[in-house]
Each structure stands twice: as structure tokens, then as C-alpha cells.
Design a binder for this molecule. Structure first.
Ligand SMILES: Nc1ncnc2c1ncn2[C@@H]1O[C@H](COP(=O)(O)OP(=O)(O)OP(=O)(O)O)[C@@H](O)[C@H]1O
Ligand SMILES: [Mg+2]
Length: 233
């Protein structure tokens, strides 16, 4: 078994009231070269689980580790740079004036310790990921003027351009049409396999394409991991 990228050991997480935690006794171990799909109804705790893996939420009981580092540790900051997170509510308002290219560039520039500008190699990376996501012609458009599905592709590009070791995607296909969804699924699959990366995808819909790519499916309900099918590590 390879190194664990994500480790949740009997984790409890609460937003306010620990009598009714949003995550109860959740355990999940995810290794390298894995695609894991997390599914379940609204309010099941899927986003909470993802943000706990990332250390954005801290457990009040149990242990959470990202790339072997406790999410309560000061070293979390360093391992986060090896990860990308595409949150569920990504839509930008119509007056957001950053261009698609600037949004994708943030994925790279946020990794640097000092303010910097794009290098030629950065520009090449942005171009090639934009090409893969079929948004090359939109790079100079203001993000707020793009459709929901186009914006979603831009934010996927921002997540991928960092070349993350661990990729966390919360409902990444919600606005993408069926054909686009197929090509994005294929892109995520080949990215994960070629880089030996780890991809966690929250999705309401677990269709046959997602099933074909997934090593494991995690079923959540009422703040609990109720079942895991497959081999997440
Ligand atoms: N910021 C918050 N403050 C308080 N409670 C929250 C907050 N975010 C989520 N919750 C609660 O935690 C529980 C799990 O929410 P979560 O967002 O993880 O569900 P989800 O499975 O991602 O749902 P969805 O499919 O609608 O995205 C819900 O009962 C929700 O009301
Ligand atoms: Mg959610």
C-alpha cells in the first residue's frame, strides 16, 4: 500500500452545536493514484467532509491528516500548497472583472511566497490547461460574463494548473453539459493516473462514467459515512 494522502480517523466536526455534529465518527483513508467519489443527499455532510480533509474545518474529536500532516499542525500550510480545492459555490457575479486567464493564473501565483508576475512557462501552462478544458477562446473574457458551465471550466483549470498532488472537487460537473462532463471525467482520470495523484470528487450523480473511473465510492447520510464501496487506498 502506498502512502496515505487523506486520513480521517473517527472524526467528529461541528459548526456550532456539538450535540448535533455535522460529521459523526467519519473514517476515510485515501491513497495515491486514486479517484474517490463522495455522494449522498443534501445536507449529508459531503462538503463538511471535504473541508475537514483540507483542514479548513478542525475535528473536535478524532484525527485528520492531509499528506501525513495533522490538520491542526502548523505544517499544514506547506502541504496545502500541494493541493487544490474547487468549492461548491464558485459562481461569480456579472460585475467581476478579472479575466478567465487572471483567474487561472491565481492558481499558480498563490503558490509563490512573494508577489510575482507570470513567466513564459506559466503562460504556457495556462494555455495548455485551457485547451484541454476547451476554454482557450475565453481566456481574455471577464469571468462574470461567462456562463455557469464556462466558469466551472475556468475554476477547474485554476485547480489543475497548480499540478496538485491532491485534488478536492465539490460538485465540479453541476453546470457542465453531458458531453463536457464526459471529457472532464476523462481529463481528471488521466491527470490522476499520469501524476499518481489523488482526486476526491463530491457528486450527487454517480453515473457509469464516474463509476468506471472511481476506485471507490463513499456514501454519506446524516453526517455519517454509511458505506464505502471499492478500494480507496
Ligand atoms: N457554515 C455552516 N454553519 C452551520 N451549519 C452548517 C454550515 N455548513 C453546513 N452546515 C450544516 O452541516 C450539515 C452538512 O452540510 P454540508 O454542507 O456538509 O452538506 P452536503 O452534503 O455538502 O450538502 P449539499 O449536497 O447540499 O451540498 C447540514 O446540516 C448543514 O446545515
Ligand atoms: Mg455540499
Amino acid at each position: 500500500m502506498g502512502a496515505l494522502r487523506v486520513e480521517l480517523r473517527s472524526v467528529y466536526v461541528a459548526y456550532q452545536d456539538i450535540e448535533r455534529p455535522a460529521l459523526k465518527n467519519a473514517s476515510l483513508f485515501v491513497g495515491e493514484n486514486r479517484v474517490v467519489v463522495i455522494t449522498g443527499p443534501n445536507g449529508a455532510g459531503k462538503t463538511t467532509l471535504l473541508e475537514t480533509c483540507l483542514g479548513l474545518l478542525k475535528p473536535f474529536k478524532g484525527v485528520a491528516k492531509l499528506l501525513g500532516v495533522l490538520t491542526t499542525s502548523r505544517k499544514l500550510h506547506d502541504v496545502r500548497k500541494l493541493c487544490s480545492y474547487l468549492p461548491q459555490n464558485f459562481m461569480r457575479g456579472p460585475y467581476e472583472s478579472y479575466t478567465a486567464k487572471q483567474v487561472i493564473a491565481m492558481g499558480l501565483l498563490s503558490l509563490r511566497n512573494t508577489p510575482s508576475t507570470l513567466t513564459a512557462s506559466d503562460v504556457n501552462k495556462i494555455r495548455s490547461i485551457a485547451k484541454l478544458l476547451n476554454i482557450e477562446s475565453l481566456l481574455n473574457e471577464p469571468i462574470g460574463k461567462l456562463s455557469g458551465g464556462q466558469q466551472q471550466r475556468v475554476f477547474l483549470a485554476r485547480a489543475l494548473v497548480r499540478e496538485p498532488l491532491v485534488l478536492f472537487l465539490d460538485e465540479p460537473f453541476s453546470s457542465i453539459d453531458p458531453e463536457g462532463r464526459r471529457s472532464v471525467v476523462e481529463l481528471l482520470n488521466s491527470y490522476t493516473r499520469e501524476r499518481n495523484a489523488t482526486t476526491l470528487i463530491v457528486s450527487h450523480i454517480v453515473d457509469s462514467e464516474l463509476m468506471r473511473m472511481a476506485n471507490a465510492v463513499v456514501f454519506m447520510s446524516n453526517g455519517e459515512v454509511v458505506r464505502i464501496e471499492g478500494a480507496p487506498h
